[in-house]
Design a protein around this ligand. Structure first.
Ligand SMILES: Nc1ncnc2c1ncn2[C@@H]1O[C@H](COP(=O)(O)OS(=O)(=O)O)[C@@H](OP(=O)(O)O)[C@H]1O
Length: 390
C-alpha cells in the first residue's frame, strides 16, 4: 500500500531507483518508531513493578500483618515474609518440637531478616522505617521449672511495654552453649535501652553448668523460677511424655525403684526436677538470693495479676500488667489474656498447657508427698516463703 501511495506522489520523471530508496527509508523509519515504542512501554511496566516491590519490602519492614494483608503485594511462592520482630513471635505449638529445629528456625529467621534488610538498603531510595533498638543479651531469664507455668509467666509479662522476649526456648545455657554469645544475642528481639530482654528455658534450673555460665554472661542477671507442687509437676511432666510416647511404663513403675519399700527413683527426671532445694544450692553458689524470684505456679492460676505484680516489682517495672488484662476462661479452666502482646483479641495458652492429667492412685500421690516433704521444707526455709504444698 505504502509503495502504491508513494508511487502516486512521486514525479513520473523520477526513476525507479529513487522511488525504491524512499520506500525503504520510510519503512525503516516506521520500524524504528515501532521498536522505540515497545522498549519504552516495557520499561514503564518494569518501573511500576519495581515500585510495587519496594512497597512490599517496606511493608515487611514495618512489620504489620494488617498492612501486608491490605497491600497489593503479590509474593512469589518462594518469598518468605518476615513480619517485624519475629524473635518475639508466639510459638506455643513449636515449643515442644525438638530443640534443634527451634534453634534452626530462630537462626534462619535472623538470616532471612538480614537478607531483607540488605535488599532494602540496596534497592530502596525512599523513606526507610527505622528499626528500634539493638539486640542485647537478656537481663532477665525464666530458668524453670519445667511444667511450673513458665510459658504463662513469659506470655503475661511480655504484655508489659518495657519487656521484649524471645518466643521460643533458646536452650543456650544447656544445649547450645558452644554456639557462643553472639549467636545467642542474635536470637534476641531488638530493645531500647529502657526495655528488658527476656527468654525462658525451663531446663536451665536443673542444668549443673547453667548458673556458672549465666553468671559469666552477667552476674547481674535476674532469675525467675516458677515452682509448683513437685508431685503435681511430676504428673504433668509424665502426662506430656505419655502424649508423645504412649508406650512408656506406668507412672508408678517409673517413680519407684521399689514401691513396697517406698524407694523413690530420683534418677527419673520427672522426680529429680522436683528436688528444688538441691538445684537451688547450685544457683546460690553464683547468685544472691535477692537476684532470684520465685513465682508460685499454683497462685499463677488462681491470681495471675497478683503473681505478675510481684514479677514486675522484682524486675523494677511499673505495675502495668494488672487484673484488667486477665479473664477466666471457663472452657479452658485457666486464666487467659484479654489482649496479648501480638494481637488485639483474647487468647489462652496452647492445648499443651493446662491439659487433663493422667489419673494416679491417691496412695502413690501420698507416698510422693511424704518423699518430697523434707526437701520442700528446706526449700521454703531457703527462699523464705511457704508454698504450702503439703
Ligand atoms: N493461664 C494458664 N493457662 C494454661 N496453663 C497454665 C496457666 N497458668 C499456669 N499454667 C500451667 O502451666 C503448666 C505448663 O508449664 P510450663 O509452661 O512451664 O510448661 S513447659 O515446661 O514449658 O512445657 C500447665 O501444666 P498442666 O496443667 O500440667 O498442663 C498449667 O498448669
Amino acid at each position: 500500500m505504502a509503495y502504491r501511495f508513494l508511487s502516486s506522489r512521486v514525479a513520473p520523471s523520477a526513476n525507479k531507483q529513487t522511488r525504491r530508496f524512499i520506500f525503504i527509508f520510510t519503512l525503516s523509519l516506521s520500524f524504528t518508531y515501532l521498536c522505540y515504542s515497545i522498549i519504552f512501554y516495557s520499561d514503564t511496566i518494569m518501573q511500576s513493578q519495581s515500585y510495587e516491590e519496594h512497597r512490599c519490602l517496606l511493608f515487611q519492614n514495618i512489620g504489620s500483618k494488617k498492612l501486608l494483608q491490605k497491600s497489593q503485594c503479590t509474593m512469589r511462592p518462594d518469598t518468605k515474609v518476615i513480619m517485624g520482630d519475629t524473635s518475639g513471635v508466639r510459638l506455643d505449638h513449636r515449643e515442644e518440637t525438638p530443640d534443634r529445629n527451634l534453634t534452626k528456625n530462630a537462626d534462619s529467621r535472623s538470616t532471612q531478616q538480614r537478607g531483607i534488610n540488605q535488599t532494602n538498603r540496596r534497592s530502596i531510595n525512599i523513606t526507610v522505617v527505622p528499626k528500634h533498638g539493638n539486640k542485647k543479651l537478656p537481663n532477665a531469664l525464666i530458668v524453670g521449672v519445667k511444667k511450673g507455668g513458665t510459658r504463662a509467666v513469659l506470655e503475661f509479662i511480655r504484655i508489659h511495654p518495657d519487656v521484649r522476649a524471645v518466643g521460643t526456648e533458646p536452650h543456650f545455657f544447656d544445649r547450645n552453649y558452644d554456639r557462643g554469645l553472639d549467636w545467642y544475642r542474635g536470637l534476641m528481639p531488638r530493645t531500647l535501652d529502657s526495655q528488658i530482654t527476656m527468654e525462658k528455658t525451663p531446663s536451665y534450673f536443673v542444668t549443673l553448668e547453667a548458673p556458672r555460665r549465666i553468671s559469666s554472661m552477667s552476674r547481674d542477671t535476674k532469675l525467675i523460677v516458677v515452682v509448683r507442687n513437685p508431685v503435681t509437676r511430676a504428673i504433668s511432666d509424665y502426662t506430656q511424655t505419655l502424649s508423645k510416647k504412649p508406650d512408656i511404663p506406668s507412672f508408678e513403675d517409673l517413680a519407684f525403684k521399689n514401691r513396697s519399700l517406698g524407694t523413690v527413683d530420683t534418677s527419673w527426671n520427672a522426680i529429680r526436677i522436683g528436688l528444688y532445694t538441691l538445684h537451688l544450692e547450685n544457683w546460690l553458689q553464683y547468685f544472691r538470693l535477692s537476684q532470684m524470684h520465685f513465682v508460685s505456679g499454683e497462685r499463677l492460676i488462681t491470681d495471675p495479676a497478683g503473681e505478675l505484680g510481684r514479677v514486675q516489682d522484682f524486675l523494677g517495672l511499673k505495675r502495668i500488667v494488672t487484673d484488667k488484662h486477665f479473664y477466666f476462661n471457663k472452657t479452658k479452666g485457666f486464666p487467659c489474656l484479654k489482649k496479648p502482646e501480638s494481637s488485639s483479641s483474647p487468647r489462652c495458652l496452647g492445648k499443651s498447657k493446662g491439659r487433663p492429667h493422667v489419673q494416679i492412685d491417691q496412695d502413690i500421690i501420698e507416698q510422693l508427698h511424704d518423699f518430697y516433704r523434707p526437701y520442700n521444707i528446706k526449700f521454703y526455709e531457703t527462699v523464705g516463703h511457704d508454698f504450702r504444698w503439703d
